[in-house]
Design a protein around this ligand. Sequence first.
Ligand code: NAD
Length: 471
Amino acid sequence: MHNGSEQHMRISIIGTGYVGLVSGSCLADVGHTVTCVDIEQAKVDVINNATAPIYEDGLDELLSRNVGKRLTATMDLEAAVRESELTIIAVGTPFDGDQIDLSYIRAAAAQIGRALREKSDWHTIVVKSTVVPGTTEDVVLPILELESGKIAGVDFGVGMNPEFLREGDAVYDFMHPDRIVLGGIDVRSLSTLRDLYAPFEGVDVVETTPRTAEMIKYTSNSLLATMISFSNEIGNLCATAGNVDVKEVFDAVHLDRRLSPLLPDGSRIVPSFTTYLEAGCGFGGSCFPKDVKALIAYGKERAASMSILEAVIETNNKQPKKMLDLLFKHIPDITGKRIALLGVSFKPGSDDVRESPALPILDGLLHAGAHIQIHDPIVKSLPGMLETGGELTWHSDLTTAIRDVEAILVTARWEQYAKLPGMLQDESISPLVIDGRRMLDKTLLPNYAGIGISEPLSRTLADEDRLDRLE
Ligand code: NAD
């Protein structure tokens, strides 16, 4: 992937969150010189000590290999911009309740613009944050021009380069991209972006306008979120159908050759796309919920119907409650009862709890007065939690987390939770296991409930008679 012969660049990256820090570490590792900028001193200090302030597989190794050599962190944005030739904006773009909140983007653009005022060399500014179509050209570019007193395309370049990394696999994804999307306001901006990614060989590169690049990112995330809510809607229907398990349904749907192509030898390619076609307790994280909502708001401003994506959010908002419904159906009063909750982050391999479905579930358990035993392989606390009616204890050991509980709720698909059936064999009582990710073998658990399963239909005497005659 890394051809080693290309021109290396001096890069500044604004924002050292999941995207900024992973991009910065990987770009340094392939040979560029990178300065990471953040407004939080603590993050800057931790990075300069070659430790990651977030959990991502492989990130610590990248930092220890590059910090102090090709990677440094600072709070001095203007100096970082002046001393680099390309600046990547990777600050957060939350949803403010009505629309995308561009305040961090605006602030970063204004600071970069002020730094450019003092700089005579050509500079390129690239938006990597996820922003609604038009933001780079209609918001960032005018702020840069205003604050720098310079003209885009004449004195500096502007581009948009969305990021597709998946949290939990962020380093791998950045180093092995499935596509690189480059949006440029002109030929020179695009050419600079091409140089930035020159070390990544053999990857499909899409060169386009900033607006299209922005739209590509939202379309990708919205498609995946739609697949999940579609699966959950089908799962919720299966739960009412009588003697139907959504897992069996989707396992068979996945066998469609258009979803998992058949090879001539009869084997199949099983794309990871099929993992978005499974029912569960809903999607979370810092991207899907806010991005789908931002796109809906963007569409509404343009009088475009966004009814599919509205339904995606509506279904997803209700999905964590399905776990509580299942629990209360089996154990109507959980006051003072011990309940284990396994998996707090929104997905395995990540410590990100933003919009995690585990949070409303936790909240519901606490309000119902349960004693919750939490396990998560990485997350060890939830700052600012919680208005409680119940009690909450953290367990780093899975065995102690599930000891003496009445019910176990699996809310994230960590591999080690697949061992639950074996672990529970040694317990004297069989707690109710509610599988929010449909990852457990239900035949091995006597007291199993899961999203998308309906009870066997009770047979009428007429049915029995008919079946007898068929046999
Ligand atoms: P984050 O909240 O983890 O990090 C943002 C960082 O920017 C914070 O450390 C914050 O302190 C810093 N910051 C804010 N204003 C600043 C300023 N003026 N100067 C310097 N630093 C500043 O966000 P994230 O998850 O890395 O996401 C960043 C962007 O990338 C968002 O638009 C997001 O939608 C997009 N994105 C995220 C992912 C993901 O998996 N997290 C994937 C693709 C795209």
